[in-house]
Design a binder for this molecule. Structure first.
Ligand code: BDR
Ligand code: CA
Length: 317
């Protein structure tokens, strides 16, 4: 069985990734940790609880994490995901925050991994603030992970948030820097452009949401706003490889769930630009090896899309 720890800033694609993992019979989610990103951490916690309730999995422990980047200004993605992170469709029956665990996210991550050394894959689909603090609190934390799966960063300097930076790295560049330089475990990265090159057709999305299930109706409700934005001329994703539906965070999740999901990757040392006027938060790929870093990440290039479609479909069954 696969043991996952999932760190999210629960916007709509985080919700899709969580639902993918919840639907997989061979996957145990040991905990979901929340961090500020698409929206503030309180909303993120509420959103995760709503997703778990929609999937009847409220027994999975959820932990509140950090509500501020390590340095620099706070950014959010309310224009895309909705100000509340889940499409601004309030749910009067949403579970209360009393469902959260009392322990904080960072210490919970450390404890869960200590209890399962070498067995836990950490899927990070958000700014990497919680992870950076975890390695500061417990320097051996990364070495006890089975693997780290990140949605974030970019490979062709096409930003979706600033000129050159992808949202999760732009929202906390220092945290991304710490993680890419100090998590010396097997690391798999689904960067922004990669996800855009693996879009699904909107007709596929229509059929996906039209499934006659409670989960599909939940997804259709929370997804409506970002579908409108995606289809509008403001769409960032469309600028990379044309129109279609991209569930960014779900690629990192699929890679963690399915051993042979990644069919082609580039093994390369990666870091993050911290000081550039235009490039702060941009992922840097050391293709020439000039940084002399021994640790190399697997930057995802091609994946098994047939399997991805199945995993996505199963998520709403
Ligand atoms: C990433 O930014 C967030 O808005 C999404 O949830 C995803 O994790 C894409 O750049
Ligand atoms: Ca996310």
């Amino acid at each position: 069985r696969k043991k996952l720890l999932v760190d999210v800033d629960c916007g709509v694609d985080d919700a899709q990734a969580i639902m993918m993992a919840l639907a997989e019979p061979n996957v145990d989610i040991l905990g979901i940790t929340c961090v500020r990103g698409n929206t503030n951490v309180e909303n993120v916690c509420k959103n995760v609880l709503r997703v778990l309730q929609a999937c009847r999995k409220l027994q999975i422990p959820v932990f509140r994490g950090v509500d501020k980047p390590i340095l620099g200004k706070v950014i959010s993605a309310g224009d895309f995901h909705g100000q509340d992170g889940l499409g601004d469709v309030p749910d009067p029956n949403a579970p209360g925050l009393d469902h959260l665990q009392s322990e904080g996210a960072v210490s919970a991550m450390i404890q869960i991994v200590n209890e399962n050394p070498g067995e836990v894959s950490l899927v990070a689909t958000a700014p990497l603030t919680n992870l950076a603090l975890a390695v500061r609190m417990e320097p051996t934390f990364p070495s006890k992970l089975k693997g780290l799966y990140i949605m974030g960063g970019n490979t062709e300097s096409r930003g979706n948030t600033t000129v050159c930076a992808e949202f999760n790295f732009a929202a906390d560049p220092e945290a991304a820097y710490i993680v890419l330089n100090e998590f010396l475990c097997p690391t798999y990265i689904a960067g922004w452009e990669f996800t855009c090159y693996h879009k699904l057709p909107w007709s596929w999305c229509d059929a996906w949401l039209a499934q006659d299930t409670e989960k599909a109706r939940f997804m259709a409700r929370i997804f409506r706003k970002s579908i409108e934005t995606s289809k509008s001329e403001r769409s960032q994703a469309e600028l990379v490889d044309g129109i279609g539906f991209v569930s960014c965070d779900s690629y990192a999740m699929a890679a963690a769930i399915e051993d042979d999901f990644i069919t082609e990757s580039e093994q390369v040392a990666v870091t993050v630009e911290l000081t550039g006027t235009y490039t702060r938060g941009m992922m840097v790929l050391d293709k020439l090896g000039l940084l002399k870093k021994n640790h190399k990440a697997f930057v995802m290039k091609k994946v098994n899309m047939k399997r991805f479609e199945e995993l996505m479909m199963d998520a709403l069954k």
